[in-house]
Design a protein around this ligand. Structure first.
Ligand SMILES: NC(=O)c1ccc[n+]([C@@H]2O[C@H](COP(=O)([O-])OP(=O)(O)OC[C@H]3O[C@@H](n4cnc5c(N)ncnc54)[C@H](O)[C@@H]3O)[C@@H](O)[C@H]2O)c1
Length: 258
């Protein structure tokens, strides 16, 4: 009987921000498809919990705890992947988040924090992974943008979210150019742009907004519900898989139709 192969059988995938939310769901989804995982996060305990779930699936997994917005953290993550597995097939730049405020009240610290969190780790991990991918003429990079790249009415109306939206639009610009830079090396670079997703941390706030705001996220989403983390993980899986071999420089919306 033919052996059933996963879509990422024995591919090595690095996932940043894998302790919680979409990073965790993505790491698990990639492991289910046969990938070997290298996971980075700043939260040691929760990262170990994600890794334990992957080990329970019988897949090899390495973890690196550190601040991935710092060069040393990004270098350690990519270095750990090369030391453990000798290659990197896929990089998921998932790390991100926001400190929100109305723009006329936003502190410079919160503005810098948000841009740094969404952009510096993405830049640094991409920068350090690419030479290894280029050497093998093979690689897939997927970055987390957001539906916020075109603005997010519920966040804007409630707390203000311009720094976050600006940073996620920047992720789209980043993948457009890097895709061209590395095309000659047979590497693809794409983004996924999730809409409102029911993660442990974000979901409760989104549901509360649905009750309190006239611009509720569910009301403004044609499919009429929050997305599930696995629905984002499936899009990331697709862009990492052989099925997406002719797709590069694209931001795939996973926004329930918005
Ligand atoms: N949840 C949503 O609705 C949603 C929607 C659109 C886009 N996104 C994007 O998806 C990505 C994941 O979002 P999430 O909701 O799962 O977030 P989350 O906060 O649940 O997870 C982010 C992870 O990054 C880690 N992290 C934070 N700072 C770090 C640092 N300096 N170094 C290393 N690790 C660090 C956290 O510990 C956490 O595990 C982000 O880029 C986010 O902007 C999320």
């Amino acid at each position: 009987m033919a052996e059933v192969m996963g879509r990422l059988e024995d591919k090595v995938a690095v996932v940043t921000g894998a302790a919680h939310g979409l990073g965790r769901a993505t790491a698990l989804r990639l492991a289910q498809e046969g990938a070997k995982l290298v996971l980075g996060d700043i939260e040691a305990e929760a990262l170990a919990a994600t890794a334990a779930e992957i080990a329970a699936l019988g897949r090899p997994v390495e973890t690196v705890v550190g601040d991935l917005t710092e060069p040393a953290g990004a270098e350690a993550l990519i270095g750990a992947a090369m030391a453990a597995f000798g290659q990197i097939d896929g990089l998921v730049n998932n790390l991100g988040g926001a400190r929100n405020a109305k723009i006329w009240e936003m502190s410079v610290e919160d503005w810098d924090f948000t841009l740094r969190l969404n952009l510096r780790g993405t830049f640094l991990c991409t920068r350090h992974a690419l030479p290894h991918m280029m050497a093998r003429r093979q690689g897939r990079i997927v970055c987390l943008s957001s539906g916020a790249r075109e603005g997010t009415p519920w966040t804007a109306h409630d707390t203000g979210g311009a720094a976050y939206s600006a940073s996620k639009a920047a992720v789209h610009g980043f993948i457009r150019d890097v895709a061209i830079e590395v095309a000659a090396h047979n590497i693809t670079v794409n983004a996924v742009a999730p809409g409102p997703i029911d993660t442990d941390r974000t979901g409760p706030g989104l549901l509360k907004l649905e009750e309190t705001s006239e611009l509720g996220p569910i009301r403004l989403t044609p499919l009429g519900r929050l997305g599930q983390p696995e629905e984002v993980a499936n899009a990331i899986l697709f862009l990492l898989s052989d099925e997406a071999s002719y797709i590069s420089g694209h931001t795939l919306a996973v926004t329930g139709g918005r």
